[in-house]
Design a protein around this ligand. Structure first.
Ligand code: GLP
Length: 243
């Protein structure tokens, strides 16, 4: 059973989500946070930065591990997820760069990079709180609809719809990488708590499927119905089709 929190808007969703992460850090100074990119978490990161600036929250021992990264993009590339994390969170708080982990988009060997990330997850984990956004097709991280749930880190061929959805961040749709590294479903399911942020009417039908529909790898986020401690934070628009 998912715990569902309905909010008036994105800002309220961001504040509530930030509360879960702030509590995790307050309870455990070296908490391991599973982090995400995309539009959904930006407001939450702003809230965490505000708390830090007001001296309410410290990241000096916090560890973070990100869900995914585009294959072929360097940390300096403005579209890379490492760059996103620096821009939206890391540079504004007292986190140590050596405690932040993102897959290496420039790794020479896909299989070695996936194995390296899984070893890292085993060593650091389990994740205390995992943040997730949801793609329009129900993807989490970059785990795209599939015949099976991919358990471990894998290098994925992005679907045309995901490439199209993410093209808004690039100058040209042709610049969107066609492959990405993503954490598998297992470390997400092993996280002690999962916080999902979904807002806007464009996500209403996928939110309904995730909450009420079948558990199927065709909608990767549906597996979260099996997690013991999931908080889905959604605005009224995203919940408009859900009873
Ligand atoms: C991307 C990311 C996901 C993210 C999803 C939704 O493809 N890889 O981690 O959750 O898109 O993004 P948004 O929050 O911008 O809707």
């Amino acid at each position: 059973m998912m715990n569902i929190i309905k909010t008036k808007n994105y800002n309220e969703a961001s504040r509530i989500a930030a509360g879960y992460f702030a509590r995790a850090i307050q309870q455990k100074a070296d908490a391991l946070l599973g982090l995400a990119t995309g539009d959904s978490p930006i407001g939450m990161y702003k809230e965490l930065i505000r708390m830090h600036q007001e001296d309410l929250l410290h990241f000096d021992q916090v560890r973070t591990i990100n869900l995914d990264e585009y294959k072929g993009l360097s940390p300096q590339n403005e579209q890379s997820y490492r760059y996103f994390m620096n821009q939206h969170l890391f540079q504004y708080v007292d986190i140590r760069e050596s405690n932040t982990y993102v897959p290496d988009g420039l790794a020479a060997d896909d299989m070695q990079e996936c194995a390296r990330y899984d070893t890292l997850l085993d060593k650091l984990g389990p994740i205390d709180v995992q943040l997730l956004g949801v793609g329009h097709n129900g993807h989490i991280g970059f785990n795209e609809p599939n015949d099976i749930f991919m358990k471990h880190t894998n290098c994925v061929d992005l679907t045309p719809s995901t490439i199209q959805a993410n093209a808004r961040m690039f100058h040209d749709a042709k610049e969107v990488p066609t492959q990405a590294y993503t954490m598998g479903i297992l470390p997400i399911m092993m996280a002690k708590q999962v916080v999902i942020i979904v807002c806007g009417s464009a996500k209403a039908s996928i939110v309904k499927a995730i909450i009420d529909g079948a558990i199927t790898p065709a909608i990767p986020a549906s597996i979260l119905q099996c997690h013991q401690n999931v908080i889905l934070i959604a605005d009224e628009e995203a919940l408009s089709l859900t009873k």
